[in-house]
Design a protein around this ligand. Structure first.
Ligand code: UDP
Length: 406
């Protein structure tokens, strides 16, 4: 099998020769630059998904881009998950013990990570305080992927003392912008169309993956692929399906994984298992080809999130020409144009009604699918995000102040 090499040339049929040449020129100016990205998990979740292909593309263009992952015991990730939840609007009790665990584990990671690069990008709250442990001699940027439309005020006040030490902060959408002393930029995430998760599969390959997990193929599939996280509303998905199945015959598949930085996943997964029946399949597996097979074959893909920083699963499904029904929040609202490239829903009942409508109407599914794929081709391919990163690395002056990209 041909190896997936993450070369920018491969994007030419999708984004055009001009864009590819422009990107290569920009990379040439940064040849040998040493860049590092730091996050908190190798797999599971959108950040790892992006860093995998972004760092490979950068290296293939001559930019020496590395990827470090901070380590921590479950109590550390317990605290950071509570922070994640509070940044999306939940309550948190910021006890001295929690702050001590957070700051100490980050300090330990600082000690064993020698970040003397030309450019440092730190992702999300878990490694955020790293910056306090280095004599800074390069631009440092904090990249936050979370839905920050309603962050818990006390927590944000605490975290912003760290954010303000950076040279810039990047959020996924303008509506997540905060009051900060540092410049703010907005980068929407993107997908790698050539990865195992997103490349085109043959019907035979799809059948093989579904059969491997004994997923029935006789009825239309309604699918949600998500970490087992309450914000993704798996309970709401099951309730919507229970309503929809009174009117249409279909099989629901909930596929999830558990990221190493998300200790709540196991518990959420187990809480759902009582809902299983012959037409409700709930799987916890790390299998990217299965994600692809389900998104490719589904009659309807759901992403019924209650909060969503961006929602790469939506992008992935739209790229495969799926008919997507998404929660009317954050990045999903940004990606789906309601009634044109999919449907946005606010409640379980609305979700159920849209599932029924789509399962019954193959032409509408096809119309949405075609419009959705074209929207992703124009807006959400990795070539665009790569270019934004190249511009970013090139847009700081000698005192680490942002100037206009050249
Ligand atoms: N994902 C996966 N297997 C699963 C569940 C999720 O590979 O069982 C991937 C999914 O395909 C996507 C990422 O994890 O690439 C989730 O990113 P998203 O932005 O949707 O949500 P996050 O998990 O970052 O909140």
């Amino acid at each position: 099998m041909e190896r997936h090499l993450n070369r920018i040339e491969d994007y030419e049929p999708l984004c055009g020769a001009e864009a590819v040449e422009r990107i290569a020129r920009k990379a040439e100016r940064l040849r040998e630059a040493h860049v590092v990205h730091v996050n908190s998990t190798y797999y599971g979740g959108g950040v790892a998904e992006i860093l995998g292909s972004l760092t490979l593309l950068l290296n293939n263009l001559g930019v020496r881009a590395g990827w470090r992952v901070i380590q921590g015991a479950p109590d550390f990730f317990g605290v950071t998950k509570k922070m994640h939840n509070a940044l999306q609007g939940a309550e948190i009790e910021l006890t001295p013990q929690k702050l001590q665990i957070y700051e100490e584990i980050v300090a330990e990671n600082a000690l064993r990570n020698h970040l003397d690069h030309d450019f440092v990008v730190v992702h999300d709250p878990q490694p955020l305080p790293l910056i306090t442990h280095y004599r800074k001699n390069a631009p440092w940027v904090w990249r936050c992927h979370i839905d920050l439309s309603q962050p818990n005020a006390t927590l944000w006040e605490y975290l912003s003392q760290f954010v303000n030490k950076y040279d810039a902060a990047i959020f996924s959408l303008e509506e997540y912008g905060q009051e900060l002393e540092v410049p703010q930029l907005f980068f929407e995430p993107a997908i790698d169309p050539f990865s195992i998760k997103n490349r085109e599969l043959s019907e035979g390959e799809i059948d093989e993956r579904l059969d491997h997990y004994s997923i029935p193929r006789d009825l239309p599939l309604v699918v949600q692929v998500s970490r087992f996280d309450r914000w993704k509303d798996p309970e709401g998905v099951i309730r919507a399906f229970q309503i929809a199945r009174r009117e249409v015959e279909a099989t629901l598949v909930l596929l999830g994984n558990v990221a190493t930085d998300d200790p709540e996943g196991e518990q959420v997964y187990h809480s759902l298992l009582g809902e299983r029946d012959e037409r409700i399949v709930i799987l916890s597996r790390e299998d990217t080809a299965l994600v692809n097979a389900l998104q490719s074959r589904a009659a309807v893909v759901l992403q019924k999130s209650l909060r969503e920083g961006f929602g790469l699963t939506v992008t992935e499904a739209m790229w495969k020409g799926a008919a997507v029904v998404g929660g009317n929040v954050g990045g999903i609202r940004r990606q789906i144009e309601d009634g044109v490239t999919g449907f946005l829903v606010n409640t379980v009942e609305e979700c159920a009604a849209r599932v029924v409508q789509l399962v019954k109407d193959e032409r509408l599914r096809r119309r949405f699918g075609e419009a959705a794929r074209e929207s992703v081709r124009r807006r959400y391919l990795m070539s665009r995000l790569l270019e934004q990163h190249l511009d970013l690395y090139d847009s700081f002056d000698a005192t680490f102040k942002l100037r206009q990209p050249r």
